[in-house]
Design a protein around this ligand. Structure first.
Ligand SMILES: NC(=O)c1ccc[n+]([C@@H]2O[C@H](COP(=O)([O-])OP(=O)(O)OC[C@H]3O[C@@H](n4cnc5c(N)ncnc54)[C@H](O)[C@@H]3O)[C@@H](O)[C@H]2O)c1
Length: 313
């Protein structure tokens, strides 16, 4: 199959592209190499992909550039491009979230709406739930985001639904719960914690560290993504969690054990936009996609630690 992956040079997008190539698909990647974090990291992700002859890369901004020349023969669209991060989504940078999350999605949907594609997969987020009214949280609770980021991601989910209803775009959405593993974004907690432990400096913990997250190892997130995209019947929204809800300070203990050092913790004020807890009810993905997360937290973190150690060599 020919697959279009937006955000292909990013954390999860590069893993999705890599797995698709490994499975024998061809991939057209789109990325604007935004400077939300060091674009050199994204270039390195893309370089690895470009070594595969089945991969081509287009440096485009979905919110501005035309992409119709890239869509010929595309069977499946994986839309992972976004401006991620809850904490940075307040204030003036909100414009960027509107462009990369809402406008980019609307323009992509416009570009594909008259074409025959098998599936349009939208990468959504647990951040649409905000402080959810129920744990584990099923897909059908009323989403009430607590960050501007969550609002833009939910708006884009609604756009996907509109294009499905009005133009028959075959949409499926996955709501990822905190994804981790090699190539994790530098603003994300585990990436920062591991760097701090390896470097021997303080870890900034937002709030009291008692907040819990359902952490999902990246290969599990990718597996669920491909299952949703390649299942002809899959439609609507699927939670994608890792099955390991844990408090942040307990996750730090796991890292201390793996790295063999004691963390120096600096507790700061809670940050606006962070949900207190997340926990995915993945029964829909289990029943309809046969999704079973297979990497436990200690093994997944061991892989991420090994990768981050390698970056320092
Ligand atoms: N990482 C997580 O834990 C997590 C959790 C929930 C949802 N998500 C979603 O998964 C997707 C991937 O997240 P990630 O963590 O890999 O982020 P990332 O920032 O590493 O990757 C996103 C990529 O999209 C690109 N991009 C942004 N705007 C673009 C535009 N207008 N045109 C072209 N490219 C553009 C960026 O340059 C970046 O490389 C996002 O949609 C995000 O909202 C991630």
């Amino acid at each position: 199959m020919k697959c279009l992956v937006t955000g292909a040079a990013g954390f999860i997008g590069s893993h999705v592209a890599e797995r698709l190539l490994k499975d024998g698909h061809t991939v057209v990647g789109i990325d604007r190499f935004s400077d939300y974090y060091d674009p050199a990291l994204k270039r390195s992700n893309a370089e690895d992909l470009l070594e595969n002859s089945g991969f081509e890369l287009a440096v485009r901004d979905l919110a501005i550039d035309q992409i119709s020349d890239l869509l010929g023969g595309v069977d499946v669209v994986f839309h992972l491009a976004a401006q991620a991060g809850v904490r940075a989504s307040w204030g003036e940078s909100f414009d960027r979230y509107v462009d990369d999350n809402i406008r980019a999605t609307q323009r992509l949907l416009e570009a594909v709406k008259d074409r025959r594609i098998d599936k349009f997969l939208y990468a959504s987020t647990s951040s649409v739930y905000g402080d959810a009214e129920k744990f584990p949280t099923p897909e059908d609770v009323r989403p009430r985001p607590v960050s501007p980021y969550g609002v833009t991601k939910l708006a884009a989910e609604h756009l996907c639904n509109l294009y499905q209803r009005n133009y028959g775009v075959p949409v499926v959405a996955v709501r990822y719960f905190t994804v981790y593993g090699p190539r994790q974004r530098p603003d994300m907690a585990f990436r920062r914690f591991i760097d701090a432990l390896l470097g021997g400096w303080e870890i900034d913990v937002y709030g009291d560290g008692g907040q819990t997250r359902d952490f999902t190892y990246v290969s599990d997130a990718v597996d669920a993504t491909l299952r949703a995209a390649f299942s002809p019947e899959a439609t609507g929204v699927f939670n994608v969690g890792g099955g390991s809800q844990i408090a942040l300070r307990d996750a730090i203990s796991v890292l201390e054990e793996l790295i063999g050092k004691e963390a120096i913790l600096n507790f700061t004020d809670p940050v606006a936009g962070d949900s207190r807890d997340t926990s995915a009810d993945t029964s829909r993905a289990a029943a309809e996609l046969k999704y079973r997360p297979s990497v436990d937290l200690a093994s997944g973190l061991a892989n991420q630690v090994a990768w981050q150690r390698g970056l320092g060599d």
